[in-house]
Design a protein around this ligand. Structure first.
Ligand code: GLV
Ligand code: MN
Ligand code: MN
Length: 423
């Protein structure tokens, strides 16, 4: 393979400084925090497991002398200083929270690949003009406290932190209270402001799809992220006795919710299989076999890469739910509105160039999953590096990736960060 363009020597030296065993060992150490049967991880945002993962990450950062700071939504920043104290940093990172039945790589890989890149720069004696920051974004998954990508959304200025303090998890715990406990657990971290300038952002992540593996490719230079809308749909009726209340007189919230979901499925039916529609969360009250449900809350997640299509689908959710509410009432609340993101051509090109220089087979591809890079792309030149994920399985305990591919992604990341941090 012929490299597209040459790279700085110190960028390639940093890539060579990546230690595959150290990265793999750290992924294994992190996977112990919140470990669940089947090799999975359950580490919800702002939970005791999240706090423990933060402490472990900080212990590795302190051992290297990196500066540590935290902002008001709990995003954790580790800084390797540059030679110009006034230069905006180049950032990398991802998230440490997981899905309830999550795997060992989604998110945490991007954080630890970032840390590995910093240590690889140390090992190679590389100095950069700009600082390089590794960020662990808070609550990327949104599995406990919807919506997802909350930390990067707040950091980038898209929403204020106050917009999320009253969000409650399935046990009724307020996000504001869980956040306070999480922040109290890292008192040594300096305070980081929101919306500080960022020179560029690159996030490393497992692909979560089958393309790279199926084509025997090691690196994906990600071109962008498809659009996405999230809603909470709250249906209200009346509880009643399952044996005595005539069906014709019931205000059955679950029956109405099922009708709404069927209509939404029909709306999003797509013979090309590009549209993604998911109802992944449902809370039924009082959740008893012999009581007609009085309340149902369900989530809607709809995604599409085309801006006009995702807009049309998003605008149809509320009217369609109203139309199928029957005798019940319904409140539809939008919780996330992400238009498709297009990454920076220069950053995409740089990732491809780094892969080429490192003799790693690569391709360009879009991301079906959302990432914190979605929000960073609104404030700075942004790109992502994907590495293969076994059978494309993700948000599943069986999620898997090879040590060699994970190290390759960290090498590309280290090289690209050194390039960007000297511009
Ligand atoms: C992030 O995990 C997403 O839902 O795409
Ligand atoms: Mn992720
Ligand atoms: Mn995820």
């Amino acid at each position: 393979m012929i490299p597209l363009k040459p790279m700085r020597e110190d960028a390639l030296a940093a890539a060579a400084g990546v230690d595959p065993e150290r990265l793999w060992h750290r992924l294994a150490e992190m996977a112990k925090i919140g470990a669940i049967p089947g090799n999975g991880v359950n580490r919800p945002a702002l939970s005791p497991g999240d706090i423990e993962a933060r402490a472990l990450l900080l212990s590795w950062a302190h051992a290297r002398g990196y500066m540590v700071s935290v902002d008001g939504i709990g995003n954790l920043f580790l800084r390797r200083a540059g030679s110009d104290p006034n230069a905006a940093p180049v950032m990398t990172g991802s998230h440490m929270d997981t899905q309830p039945k999550g795997g060992r790589f989604d998110g945490i890989y991007g954080v630890l690949a970032g840390l590995e890149a910093l240590e690889a720069m140390d090992a190679a004696g590389v100095r950069t003009r700009r600082p390089v920051d590794v960020v662990a974004w808070t609550n990327e998954e949104g599995g406990r406290f919807p919506p997802c990508t909350m930390g990067s959304m707040v950091f980038s200025g898209a929403r204020p932190v106050e917009a999320f303090l009253e969000v409650r998890d399935n046990e009724g715990i307020r996000l504001g209270d869980a956040l306070k406990q999480t922040l109290a657990a890292t008192p040594e971290a300096a305070v980081h402001a929101f919306a500080t300038p960022v020179a560029a952002y690159i996030e490393a992540h497992i692909e979560q799809g089958p393309l790279l593996e199926a084509n025997a490719l090691t690196i994906g230079a990600v071109t962008g992220i498809q659009g996405m809308r999230w809603f909470n749909v709250e249906v209200s009726g009346d509880s009643a006795h399952a044996g005595t209340a005539p069906v014709s007189l019931r205000r059955d919230a679950l029956r109405a919710a099922v009708a709404m979901i069927a209509a939404l499925r029909a709306l999003t039916a797509d013979p090309t299989d590009i549209t993604r529609f998911t109802v992944g969360r449902m809370l039924v009250t009082p959740n008893s076999p012999n009581t007609v449900p009085s309340h149902v809350l369900f989530s809607v997640d709809v995604r599409h890469p085309d801006p006009a299509t995702i807009r049309r689908l998003g605008e149809t959710v509320e009217p369609l739910c109203r139309q199928h509410a029957g005798p019940c009432s319904v409140v539809v609340t939008p919780t996330l509105h992400d238009d498709p993101a297009t990454f920076d051509p220069g950053v995409i090109d740089l990732i491809e160039t780094a892969a080429g220089c490192l003799r790693l087979p690569a391709t360009r591809l879009p991301s079906g999953a959302s990432h914190d890079a979605m929000y960073l792309s609104r404030v700075c030149p942004t790109g992502m590096i994907f590495v293969p994920c076994e059978r494309g399985v993700s948000h599943n305990e069986a999620e898997n990736a090879t040590p060699g591919d994970l190290a390759a992604g960290a090498r590309v990341l280290a090289a690209a960060l050194v390039e960007l941090a000297n511009r």
